[in-house]
Design a protein around this ligand. Structure first.
Ligand code: NAD
Length: 495
């Protein structure tokens, strides 16, 4: 059985620990590889390697750091197919979904390549006589990223591109469920000219994460994953005096007003609800149908679900792949089994023939008139289950979104610009779509939710990412008038 290794000091290294974690093929249900969970010593070695590489990498000129990002971008682009297929093999998502993930990842590399422009500081001349004040941004040192299974290529890129280009060195602890792509990234960064030790990967789980949190040489932690872990990492990290940004779970609502175009809203709900089998933190989980749009919308979504081709990524016609693990598939199916008396199960994914196979498949499901105290509504399901909640008014719909524990993304579907504008003003969420169901910001904005979807203040990537990975220094400088110099510099003595 193949071991997926760590990456330390510029090369792949076998794990020395005694805990092996399986890497499944979600399409067949068979184990395809394993990682050896990094021990505290191995994790500390990764931090030491990053700490050793830091002074030289920090001293590399901005243009050199940017050049590494340019080259890395070209390498990722040239290897798109191979990376996407690696993501599909371990995650299970279709090759098209994996390609979409890479396209969004590439945007982050491109943004980072512009750091020489973006890291310019401020300058105030003659703040006082002969006194200038200016600000500069400097890297933090060793920073660490802990990432989830659902975007094994893109989410690490949200972090390490900006972190590295700012002059930091990086330790990545990727998800143990689909870890291979992190090694490919490490190798491409090496080929792009990144010095050994500037980027390290430790495979593993909680043990490695806790070592990173406690390690005095780790200056900052970026986390993306579920809310309980995000909260805990934020609390532990800040207690240890570190800078932390921890993005958590989501329960994204898509509000459909009575004037919306039913076909476009149904297309959007289906692509945003079932894309990547619903395992996206920006997936639509709840459709809030306002007024008379409810019945035609539910009918239109039901018809479209019937046409979704569910299958392995190796089948080019597949539009939706399996879930990440057997336990997760069973957990998601459990929500359908537990649907309450009032919840109307319109399509039950457990009935799809593929749901009975050895792979971790579950067909797409639609549940209408979901009660707001049903676990279908209260929990983050993170699977291909779309719930519809009926609301009589805009105010009721808004209240649902704003009362929700999470505040990652939301969307409104309407033909009325005034209504959309009002929603954008009223809603308590970090990312809002207007007739766009998955409003993931482009890389030159930043990504982050509100409420239990984010712990910390700075959002990820974009301008806030650069802010997170640098600290500012303000210099107040006074130079005497050159006319007063003891050496005659050629300036007139009296001004
Ligand atoms: P997870 O929280 O189980 O794991 C995330 C990472 O934390 C992994 O690397 C894992 O090994 C590590 N980890 C798990 N338990 C830990 C613990 N007790 N202590 C320390 N580290 C631990 O999340 P997941 O299942 O990989 O990903 C799915 C979750 O991520 C969903 O909740 C989803 O909404 C969320 N997510 C959020 C965003 C966002 O931007 N807000 C993006 C993607 C995914």
């Amino acid at each position: 059985m193949r071991e997926i290794k760590h990456w330390l000091d510029g090369g792949a290294v076998s794990g020395a620990g005694d805990r092996r974690l399986p890497v499944w093929d979600p399409a067949t249900g068979e184990q395809q590889a394993y990682v050896v969970a990094a021990t505290a010593d191995e994790t500390a070695r990764a931090v030491a390697s990053a700490a050793k590489a830091f002074p030289a990498w920090r001293a590399a000129s901005l243009s050199r750091r940017s050049e590494v990002m340019f080259r890395f971008r070209e390498l990722v682009d040239a290897n798109r197919k191979e990376i996407a297929s690696l993501v599909s093999q371990e995650h299970g998502k279709t090759v098209a979904d994996a390609g979409g993930e890479l396209a969004r990842g590439l945007e982050n590399i491109e943004f980072a390549a512009g750091a020489p422009h973006l890291l310019k500081g401020g300058y105030s001349e003659q703040a006082s006589s002969g006194v200038d004040v200016y600000s500069i941004r400097q890297p933090l040192g060793v920073v660490a990223g802990i990432t989830p299974f659902n975007f094994p290529a893109m989410v690490p890129m949200w972090m390490f591109c900006n972190a590295l280009v700012c002059g930091n060195t990086f330790v990545l602890k990727p998800s143990e469920k689909d870890p291979s792509v992190s090694l490919m990234m490490a190798d491409l960064l090496r080929q792009a000219g990144l010095p050994d030790g500037a980027f390290n990967v430790v495979q593993g789980d909680r043990e490695a994460v806790e070592t990173l949190i406690a390690h005095p040489d780790v200056q900052a932690l970026s986390f993306v994953g579920s809310t309980p872990v995000a909260r805990s990492i934020y609390e532990q990290g800040t207690r240890a005096g570190k800078r932390v940004q921890a993005l958590g779970g989501a329960k994204n609502h898509m509000v459909v007003l009575p004037d919306a175009d039913v076909d476009s809203a149904a297309d959007a709900a289906v692509s945003a609800g079932f894309g990547s089998a619903g395992e996206r933190c920006m997936a639509v989980s709840v459709v809030v149908a306002v007024g008379a749009v409810g019945d035609p919308l539910v009918a239109a979504i039901r018809d479209r679900i019937g046409r979704i081709a569910v299958g392995p990524a190796s089948d080019p016609s597949a539009e939706m792949g399996p879930l990440i693990s057997r336990e997760h598939r069973d957990k998601v199916a459990g929500y359908l089994a537990a649907a309450g008396a009032a919840d109307v199960v319109v399509v039950d994914g457990r009935d799809a023939p593929i749901s009975d196979g050895p792979g971790f498949f579950l067909g797409a499901s639609l549940v209408d008139k979901v009660a707001t105290d049903s676990p279908l509504y209260t929990d983050e399901i993170f699977g291909p289950v779309l719930s519809v909640v009926r609301a009589d008014t805009y105010e009721q719909a808004l209240e649902l979104v704003n009362d929700n524990e999470f505040g990652n993304g939301t969307a409104i579907f309407t033909r009325d610009g005034g209504a959309a504008r009002r929603f954008q003003y009223d809603v308590n969420c970090g990312m809002v779509g207007v007739n766009v169901p998955v409003p993931v910001p482009v890389a030159y904005y930043s990504f982050g939710g509100w409420k239990s979807s984010l712990f910390g203040d700075l959002h990820m990537y974009g301008p806030e990412g650069l802010q997170f990975y640098t600290r500012s220094k303000v210099v107040t400088s006074r130079w005497p008038d050159p006319a007063t110099s003891e050496v005659d510099l050629g300036f007139p003595k009296v001004r």
